[in-house]
Design a protein around this ligand. Structure first.
Ligand code: DQQ
Length: 587
């Protein structure tokens, strides 16, 4: 008998001895029946993602040095070749023609020199003026205190488009932590960019004092000798270690086209900059949009409160991300790591842990205040059989099943219309009004609202005991003037996603900065067996959740549209596609 079963039967015995009531006894029988339905473990291959990036086995974390070279996309990643937990870190390496079908190569970087002897940690690629990529990465060179230095590596053979061999020149390490720098928190060099006179600049993440997050600027003429600028590019109190910083230009005014990291024009109104940091304290990726003053070598967020306001790429499970400029399609692409949310013991049992989110195109929202993100167009090549619904009204308390296709591995696009916002709840608790996560925790998918919650139940069982809800909820702003915008909350609520009790399944949420006064809002959700990756309002708010259904997997996974508010919601259009499995690193 498995663990939970043993506990239940022990309870039953105790209760019988104590003469417990018939009702309690029946409830416990129900619990036992539920426990019996839980598969023996989450090792089932039907829970292994199908079209998200992952190696054939073992642990992965941060995406490293994404680049495009001679017709091939490259992704490197933090990889443990020996197991499904973090450790023994090398740079895994895979290549692709389309960012969807991947071929695994042998690791590109492994500890081999004194300055990376205890680990080849995260880093980035920079394209040299002759088109050759260079990799800068953090090496750990002492076993005891994680002393961190920065190394460089170059391709051995530039005529190999697969860049299979990398050489570490003997002048490594090329950057060591100098005076005043915390040598145990000094890592993850960014892609370098060209400054005046063709000199190079790059950033290294760190923390100063006990908790001031810092992005140090390093300068070089020759990519070999680097010196630290006196002042950091930017820093912010109480944010802790800035891991995996990323700094890049974006076109102002909502043009979707990406910009090369070295684009001239900092300070020109056409170009804005994005600074992203992965906050080790919180394990989320935060960014601001701002201006880069090239002369002073300082970055200033447009929103003076930007460092506290916490814009995030993704309000779910998404960390240590990195962008790159894709010259083939002139776009900027974001890669981010999604960890598991099962137990380490589960990871060891299943032999793998960690995926990369679907690469996303990123560009500046026309408001200039935030980014927009959308799955790269190539993912649509995986779409197979589809079902479309149009003009279906979902009454309060009702749900509608989308039938006619399997949905354990699917792509769903839906446009909602709310005919009236009059019944929207008031948002008058200030503690909740500014905190999407808490708001969603307090008013999750099961709590009836005014306008919403409405959205999708994905990876749902036929009896809907298991379901992951991805939904919107609309509020009237507190102390509203007649012209104040309704507040839109987007949530991913996996609290009912599995009968397995040993999972970390928090609700995730973000506000959606959209004007819903015309009643319209859209949602796209990529479902892939144990990941649910959602894009609200055309990519304004994104949430990735890892879930491990114990009933709703494989052919048993169902998809519904639901409305638990008091107002009608219309599905103007919904299309769901089955998703094919691409070539994924030989798995
Ligand atoms: N992961 C790497 C570090 C980085 C961290 C080590 C972020 O370089 O700071 O695997 O997840």
């Amino acid at each position: 008998m498995r663990g939970l079963g043993r506990v239940v039967w022990a309870w039953l015995l105790l209760l019988q001895l104590a003469g417990a009531s018939h009702v309690v006894y029946e409830n416990l029988l129900e619990v036992e029946a539920a426990a019996a339905a839980v598969p023996p473990s989450i090792v089932d291959p039907l829970l292994r993602t199908g079209y998200h990036f992952q190696p054939r086995k073992n642990w992965i974390n941060d995406p490293n040095a994404p680049l495009y070279y001679k017709g091939w996309y490259h992704i490197f990643y933090q990889y443990n070749p020996k197991g499904a937990v973090w450790g023994n870190i090398v740079w895994g390496h895979s290549v692709s023609r389309d960012l969807i079908n991947w071929v695994a190569l042998k690791p590109a970087l492994e500890p081999s020199i004194p300055s990376d002897r205890y680990g080849c940690w995260s880093g980035s690629a920079t394209t040299m003026p002759d088109g050759t990529p260079a990799i800068m990465y953090t090496g750990v060179n002492r076993p005891d205190v994680d002393y961190q230095v920065q190394n460089v590596a170059y391709p051995r053979n530039t005529s190999d488009p697969l860049l299979r061999e990398w050489v570490k020149p003997s002048h490594n390490p090329i950057i060591v932590p100098g005076g005043g720098v915390n040598a145990t928190q000094f890592r993850d060099p960014t892609t370098a960019w060209r400054a005046a006179g063709g000199h190079w600049r790059l950033l290294i993440g760190s923390v100063s004092g006990s908790a001031r997050g810092v992005a140090y600027v390093y300068r070089s003429r020759d990519f070999r000798r680097w010196t630290r600028a006196r002042r950091p590019l930017h820093s912010a109190a109480a944010t802790g270690m800035w891991e995996c910083p990323d700094f890049y230009p974006v076109e102002a005014a909502g043009r979707r086209e990406g910009l090369d990291t070295s684009v001239p024009g900092g300070g020109r109104p056409r170009v804005k900059y994005v600074l992203k940091n992965s906050l080790d304290l919180r394990r989320y990726d935060y960014y601001t949009v701002g201006a880069y003053d090239r002369r002073a070598e300082r970055y200033v967020p447009d929103d003076p409160a930007g460092d506290e306001r916490h814009l995030r790429y993704d309000y779910g499970n998404f960390y240590a991300s990195k962008t790159f400029y894709d010259p083939a399609k002139r776009r900027r692409i974001l890669w981010g790591w999604a960890n598991e949310s099962d137990t380490s013991a589960d990871d060891v049992a299943k032999g793998w842990a960690g995926i990369q989110a679907i690469p996303r195109t990123v560009w500046l929202d026309p408001s200039g205040k935030q980014l927009l993100q959308w799955p790269i167009e190539e993912v649509e090549a995986l779409r197979g059989r589809s079902v479309t619904l149009k003009g279906r009204v979902i009454k309060p308390g009702q749900h509608l099943e989308v039938t006619g296709l399997q949905t354990a591995q699917a792509d769903v696009e839906v446009s909602f219309e709310v005919p009236s916002l009059a019944g929207a709840e008031r948002l008058d608790d200030p503690a909740l009004a500014g905190d999407a996560q808490r708001l969603c925790g307090a008013r999750g998918a099961a709590v009836e609202g005014g306008v919403g919650p409405f959205g999708l139940w994905v990876l749902a069982s036929a009896d809907r005991r298991e379901r992951t809800a991805v939904f919107f909820r609309v509020f009237r702003a507190a102390a509203a003037g007649s012209d104040s915008k309704p507040v839109v909350l987007m949530c991913s609520d996996p609290t009912k996603s599995s009968l397995n009790p040993n999972l970390y399944q928090p609700t995730f949420a973000g506000f959606v900065d959209t004007d819903i006064s015309n009643g319209k809002i859209s949602l796209r959700t990529l479902i892939d067996r144990s990941v649910v990756e959602s894009f609200g309002a055309g990519g304004k708010t994104c949430i990735l959740s890892r879930v491990y259904p114990s009933l709703a997997f494989g052919k048993n996974a169902r998809l519904y549209v639901f409305n638990s508010g008091k107002a009608d919601v219309k599905v103007s259009r919904l299309t769901a596609w089955e998703m094919r499995k691409p070539r994924m690193n030989g798995a």
